[in-house]
Ligand binder design. Structure first.
Ligand code: SAH
Ligand code: SF4
Ligand code: F3S
Length: 447
């Protein structure tokens, strides 16, 4: 039997693509192993969003001077971006395939198995999406569903439109069918995925938009939580907030990447909204009936970002009071429009801005979390941390809660993983909460 190893870098779309690739290989009779050394086929599913991410695959490939009988494949965004140049940098690579060509994987694998030295899947002009009932999901309770692939935006700093190709939405019936199948298989949480889920357009005659699809998935019997990521502010409509209001199954958390608080920088980034338009959407979220947690992505040190522009990002942070942020130093990327704008801000200055931003956000998060102490939160239990002796759960608002449970202090003869429990919050940190499985709910929860 042939053995494969796969390592995944990058975003949740990549994580889920790897689940689909893994399922495809298992169905072909391969078995999965935990180290590249034990494998006949080594796959790296790569990310190219920033230079650091891209360099990871080359450092992995350098660990092996040659194939030594092993086959190597580079998948994902670096594969699409670099194409056949990968063979020059790492001559022992045998397969280079971008995500828009994963439908061709069985055919490409047949060629490799038949002795071909170098095979590629680099087409981007496909209308198709990569769907397979074979996906082998890593988490037994939370499942990803891809609803839209590719991206039609042209954010000046971003490689994704080049690495994942044009937008293709999946028919609503196919998404709903997968949601039902997952519920039947025991999954209770679904996360809808796409680089820009808001521009979802059902290609079938039903013609659903994203808010209808979100509502449809959330009506699947057995599904208790539905999340979605990522939203582009330009395409984020009020109907999404109304769907969250109408159906408590839709988690009260929205990730709405802002990138910068300065309209001048947003314009240079080609983000298609102003600071004011972004804040209008935040207003919709804050006006919802349930408190909706808001998270974002920020890039510091984009070409031409002045001290004043940066201050505007800091003031936006203060105004929105995000529940969490992901922040990055600008990294110039191949093929992107922003290359023409240069990269004037020295790395130390980017680092200084990043530190200031993150410290400011830390204070905001600390304050927001402290306000939750004493309350009760419902968590979906994800696992147990043996080092701390606490269970790990996640709230609908996507906050991590580490907690103890008198009813089941440790996973012996059973587990709390996969359960929905009520936890009393006793302590707050900047990145997580701590608590106790609420006594009043414990008996009922564990029935
Ligand atoms: N589709 C999503 C983002 C995908 S990339 C969206 O539109 O929001 C995830 C994040 O990486 C982006 O939101 C951005 O903050 C960051 N990013 C993308 N390109 C980058 C670059 N060249 N340098 C630094 N950060 C970048
Ligand atoms: Fe990149 Fe912009 Fe598309 Fe997001 S919306 S993937 S940042 S081009
Ligand atoms: Fe990275 Fe590609 Fe995702 S560049 S962030 S893996 S879409």
């Amino acid at each position: 039997m042939k053995r494969f190893y796969i390592e995944t870098f990058g975003c949740q779309m990549n994580v889920h693509d790897s689940e689909k690739v893994t399922g495809t290989l298992l169905a072909r009779g391969y078995s999965q192993v935990d180290t590249p050394e034990a494998a006949d086929l080594v796959l790296y599913n790569t990310c190219s969003i920033r230079d650091k991410a891209e360099q990871k695959v080359y450092s992995r490939l350098r660990q092996f001077k040659n194939g030594n009988g092993r086959l190597f494949g580079v998948l994902g965004c670096v594969a699409q971006q670099e194409g056949e140049r990968i063979f020059e940098r790492a001559p022992h690579v045998n397969l280079v395939c971008g995500s828009a060509s994963y439908n061709r994987l069985p055919e490409l694998l047949s060629q490799l198995e038949g002795g071909a030295r170098r095979v590629t899947g680099l087409g981007l002009d496909t209308e198709e999406t990569f769907e397979t009932p074979l996906a082998r999901r890593d988490n037994p309770h939370r499942a990803y569903i891809t609803i839209i692939e590719g991206c039609d935006k042209t954010c000046a700093y971003c490689v994704v439109p080049f690495t994942r190709g044009p937008e293709r939405s999946r028919p609503s019936a196919s998404v709903l069918e997968e949601a039902r199948r997952l519920a039947d298989a025991g999954y209770s949480e679904i996360q809808l995925l796409g680089q820009n889920v808001n521009s979802y357009r059902d290609p079938s005659p039903a013609g659903w938009d994203f808010a209808s699809l979100l509502d449809g998935v959330a009506r699947t019997p057995g599904i208790r939580r539905v999340r979605f990521t990522t939203s582009h502010p330009r395409d984020f409509v009020k109907a999404i907030v109304e769907a969250i209001d109408a159906n408590p199954v839709i988690c009260n958390h929205v990730h709405l990447p802002v990138q910068s608080g300065s309209t001048r920088v947003l314009e240079r980034m080609q983000r298609l909204y102003t600071r004011e338009q972004y804040l209008e959407r935040i207003g919709w979220l804050k006006g919802a009936r349930r408190a909706i947690a808001i998270s974002t992505d920020v890039i510091v040190g984009f070409a031409g970002e002045s001290e004043e522009d940066f201050e505007q990002t800091l003031s936006l942070l203060k105004e929105v009071e995000y529940d969490s942020i992901f922040s990055f130093k600008y990294s110039p990327r191949p093929n992107t429009p922003a290359l023409g704008l240069g990269d004037h801000i020295p790395d130390e200055e980017k680092g200084r801005r990043l530190t200031i931003l993150q410290e400011k956000q830390r204070t905001i998060q600390m304050r927001r979390h402290a306000a939750l102490v004493g309350g009760v939160e419902e968590v979906l239990v994800e696992g147990y941390n043996f080092a701390t002796g606490q269970w790990i759960g996640r709230t609908s608002q996507n906050r991590i809660v580490n907690f103890t449970s008198a009813a089941m202090p440790a996973p012996e003869g059973g587990t709390l993983a996969g359960r929905y429990l009520r936890v009393r919050v006793t302590r707050a940190g900047p990145n997580s909460l701590a608590g106790e499985h609420a006594e009043d709910g414990a008996a009922r929860d564990l029935l």
